[in-house]
Design a protein around this ligand. Structure first.
Ligand code: MN
Ligand code: MN
Length: 461
């Protein structure tokens, strides 16, 4: 007897959409279509899509920052993710100076264990590139950590030099890992921040004005050229602007294996948001900064045409009422980050309503391709016999107006407050277990599992 059958829905994958019942046993999909026989539980998905659970490969839960922890730990953060239709995250584990990568991973395992309500993996952020760390990079993919993150920005903190970038890319090529890069020129941004502060320009808008598009485009191009020199694949996180897209396309034309994501907030906000009155602009202090409506249109097209591969949340939650107030008199002291782990899928889905791309492309961008690139597919990101039963019943007609009070994260605002959306996740299943029912979280803390991810392998993408 099956554990669960989801019947009468339209199953949507990255490859297409067709009506099919889904049979689930022991946490996995065991049957698609045909006579399901008896089941412990049947859910009627009439009039709904059944899509693979979302895969968000860019989150910062329980993140450190100037002696504070972010507003979301792995409990509130993953509950919010689940309620938004995301069933897998890959979070950033950050090495502290003097720490081995294994020690850093131990810290992140402890943060997630007993809290996460959905499955999770870790990328490792390399900050302190010692000979020991260089050796560890070869071992980590064996332990299911098959992506390394580097910052070209945040001088004096996470920023690494080009020598570290090229050596990390070299090790990643040897070990089968994918290097992810935060591409902004940290020296240039630092110079512009100093100039603005010296001129008395302390308001949040100067965060954006200190990190103009060229700061990002230069670093994006440099990262891609270094990947080309090392013969390694590369993934550009949170791409926001034309100059960076130009570098991605030019790299591909030279044969570089470059993938890139954007994030939800770049599709919906602009630099003007940082100028909002009463210090409200501080809510929009994330890096790279919001750009223009022309950039938004360009990013939507890049998602539709396949130039960009994924949309992530970059969820790094710093509250307005407390954390962000530290930068009232100095924009550079506002902790950077965007909120949106719960809103990501519903906000990207609005493009389907607008005819920008198909519901299959939506699934591809928020689930399937991120799963493929980061070694989770076909366990995650897929509706196929043998895949984990991570499924979302998505009601294309359900409507709501986004407000902070409907969300589940630990922060105190939404970047999408007041936005009307159509198309929402109603029921969410993780490894066969219903964890969200009629938009109410019904799962258990700590039920999420660490997923050992496979190596990057273009040959099986
Ligand atoms: Mn970043
Ligand atoms: Mn980030």
């Amino acid at each position: 007897m099956l554990d669960l059958v989801i019947e009468n829905g339209v199953v949507v994958t990255a490859a297409g959409a067709s009506p099919a019942d889904v049979g689930i046993k022991d946490g996995r999909i065991v049957q698609l279509g045909g006579d399901m026989g008896d089941a412990e539980r049947i859910i009627d998905a009439q009039g709904n899509y059944v899509i693979p659970g979302g895969v968000d490969v860019h989150t910062h839960l329980d993140a450190p920052g100037n002696g504070h922890s972010s507003a979301d730990d792995f409990l509130s953060g993953t509950i919010a993710a689940a309620c938004g239709g995301t069933t897998t995250i890959v979070d950033f584990c950050q090495q502290a100076r003097g720490q081995s990568l294994h020690e850093a991973l131990d810290v992140w395992h402890a943060k997630a264990r007993d809290k996460a309500v959905i499955d999770y993996g870790f990328h490792i952020i390399v900050v302190d590139f010692t000979p020991g760390v260089e050796a560890e990079l070869i071992e980590l993919p064996d332990e299911g950590v098959s992506s390394f993150k580097l910052f070209l920005a945040y001088k004096g903190a996470q920023m690494v030099d080009d020598r570290t970038v090229v050596r990390t890319l070299h090790q990643a090529r040897r070990s089968g890992a994918l290097v992810m890069v935060h591409a902004e020129n940290g020296d240039a941004a630092d110079f512009l921040v100093e100039q603005n502060l010296a001129a008395g320009n302390t308001a949040p808008i100067y965060h954006a004005l200190s990190r103009p598009p060229l700061v990002e485009a230069e670093a994006t191009n440099r990262a891609i050229v270094l990947a080309e020199l090392a013969g390694a694949p590369i993934y550009i996180v949170h791409l926001t602007t034309r100059g960076s897209l130009d570098a991605v396309i030019a790299g591909r034309l030279r044969g570089v294996d470059v993938s890139a994501e954007t994030c939800t907030h770049y599709l919906y906000s602009t630099q003007d948001d940082l100028g909002r009155e009463n210090f409200e602009g501080a809510k929009w202090v994330f890096t790279p900064p919001a750009r223009t409506v022309d950039d938004q249109a360009l990013l939507w097209d890049a998602l539709a045409f396949g130039t960009l591969q994924a949309v992530s949340s970059d969820h790094g939650s710093w509250s307005f009422g407390e954390h962000r107030q530290r930068g009232r008199n100095n924009f550079a002291e506002i902790p950077n980050g965007a909120v949106g782990i719960e809103e990501r899928m519903m906000m990207v889905y609005q493009a389907v309503n607008q005819g920008r791309f198909s519901v299959s492309r939506f699934v591809d961008l928020v689930s399937t391709t991120p799963a493929r690139l980061f070694g989770l597919y076909p366990q995650k990101g897929s509706i196929a016999v043998g895949s984990d039963a991570d499924l979302v019943i998505w009601d294309p007609e359900a409507k709501t107006t986004i407000t902070q009070s409907m969300l589940h994260h630990g922060g105190d605002y939404s970047l999408y407050e007041g936005q009307k959306v159509r198309g929402l996740p109603t029921t969410v299943v993780s490894r066969g277990e219903v964890i969200v029912e009629d938009r109410v979280f019904v799962g258990m803390a700590g039920r999420g599992r660490f997923i050992k991810r496979k190596r990057f392998d273009r040959g099986r993408l």
